[in-house]
Ligand binder design. Structure first.
Ligand code: SF4
Length: 412
């Protein structure tokens, strides 16, 4: 399942030619340390028809070279600018397709790296690895736990075999329960399940059954995304060819409302449009994205945001490995968003959070108050009951969250 939450969505439209491709963190000037690190492992056992993240079929010959390259790119980060890692997220792709020896050397080094940047302090490090149910073994779970991984995000997507087939998922629903059991027995206690609603052929009842089955398994965190038909994906083509039918908007809205209600009743607080957690189990790494704060990213297609510069690595495993081996920058794109773009993105991302945009933090960062800036449109949205604000924050209401895209577009 997608992992770098909406990094692409957050990408600003402009490009500042003043930042040359290949610029790297060696030129950093900011004193504020970067706290988040994303690591992309693009291998998957099969490719899902709806996926538009950079993923490729597993190639055994590239496992070790990719991990070598990731660790070499990481070494480059070590020498550049202030970094004090609080969260690591290894996503993909399916990181748990790596064989045990490569998985172990990757997660161990990432953990060492994080500790080195925070003077050995291990407490409070959030270390997430994404996993697919068909790929987690007792051995791999133990490797993750021993290396300091604190969170596993499991791509369940559905508990209905026919829905999984529509998504091209290769696991059986029972393997989700097995994966949670294996993780817990290895000592991995913070578990997330990804679920998808609006799958072609899915009814409201079937979605409710999925939610209830997920809750039976007792995850600490649930991410529930509406299925999207991204241009260029096989699922998009199947829809265009009439092979699958999109669930109608009304049913999809009812599914989303059922999600919020069912999970709230079960004690999972919604803290972002698609994310729900038991108190204290929110994903701190993803909060960095939603607050539009800086983060590092390594690996093929990795997209980072450092010192006001966004960068993207090459989305090609062999080329990425070659670039690192040849001591060339793997970056193929850098851009420096204007202040206006940063403001817009910070609003756009922050409004996804139930806590909304923190006015004091926004003022400290941009020297402007978001409510003053948008007074007219906020008043209009307040009248409609879709936005609320007070001295502390600007945020969507429950009603506004149901039509979040439209409200955020209006505001941002
Ligand atoms: S498992 Fe499927 S959805 Fe997840 S990254 Fe791989 S291809 Fe994409």
């Amino acid at each position: 399942m997608p992992n770098t939450p909406n990094v692409e969505d957050a990408k600003p439209p402009g490009h500042d030619p003043g930042v040359a491709p290949g610029d790297d963190l060696g030129r950093r000037s900011s004193a504020a340390p970067i706290t988040a690190l994303y690591v992309h492992v693009p291998f998957c056992q099969t490719l899902c028809g709806y996926c538009d993240f950079f993923s490729v079929l597993t190639d055994k010959t590239q496992f070790a070279p990719l991990v070598d390259a990731l660790l070499a790119e990481l070494d480059g980060v070590r020498t550049q600018g202030p970094v004090a890692i609080e969260t690591i997220f290894v996503g993909g792709g399916t990181p748990t397709t790596l064989p045990p020896s490569d998985l172990e050397r990757l997660v161990r080094r990432l953990h060492e790296f994080a500790l080195a940047t925070r003077r050995g302090r291990a407490a409070d490090l959030e270390f997430t690895v994404e996993a697919n149910p068909a790929t987690v073994t007792q051995r791999s779970a133990e490797i993750l736990a021993a290396a300091g991984v604190t969170r596993v995000s499991i791509g369940a997507q559905s508990f209905d075999p026919s829905e999984l087939r529509v998504l091209d998922r290769i696991h059986h629903p029972q393997q989700v329960a097995d994966t949670l059991r294996i993780c817990r027995s290895a000592g991995l206690t913070h578990l997330n399940l990804d679920l998808i609603f609006g799958i072609p052929g899915q009814s409201l009842e079937s979605w409710r059954a999925n939610l209830l089955r997920a809750l039976e398994l007792g995850p600490e965190h649930l991410s529930c995304y509406g299925l999207t038909y991204e241009p260029g994906t096989p699922l998009h083509e199947r829809r265009a060819a009439g092979m699958v039918r999109k669930v109608d908007d009304e049913t999809e809205a009812a599914m989303y409302e059922a999600t919020i209600r069912t999970l709230a009743d079960a004690g999972l607080r919604q803290y972002e449009i698609s994310n729900f957690a038991r108190p204290g189990c929110e994903c701190r790494h993803n909060l960095v994205y939603w607050r539009n704060l800086p983060y590092l990213a390594i690996g093929p297609s990795g997209s980072g945001n450092v010192d006001g510069v966004r960068y993207k690595n090459i989305a090609d495993v062999a080329e990425y490995i070659r670039a690192i081996r040849d001591k060339r920058s793997p970056r193929v794109h850098t851009e420096r968003p204007t202040l206006e773009q940063q403001i817009r993105e910070t609003l756009l991302m922050g409004l996804r959070l139930n806590d909304g945009v923190d006015r004091a933090a926004f003022r400290a960062r941009f020297g402007r108050d978001p409510v003053e800036m948008l007074r007219e449109v906020i008043e209009r949205c307040e009248t409609l009951g879709v936005v609320a604000c007070d001295d502390r924050s600007l945020r969507l209401t429950d009603r506004g969250r149901l039509i979040a895209d439209a409200v955020i577009a209006e505001l941002a």
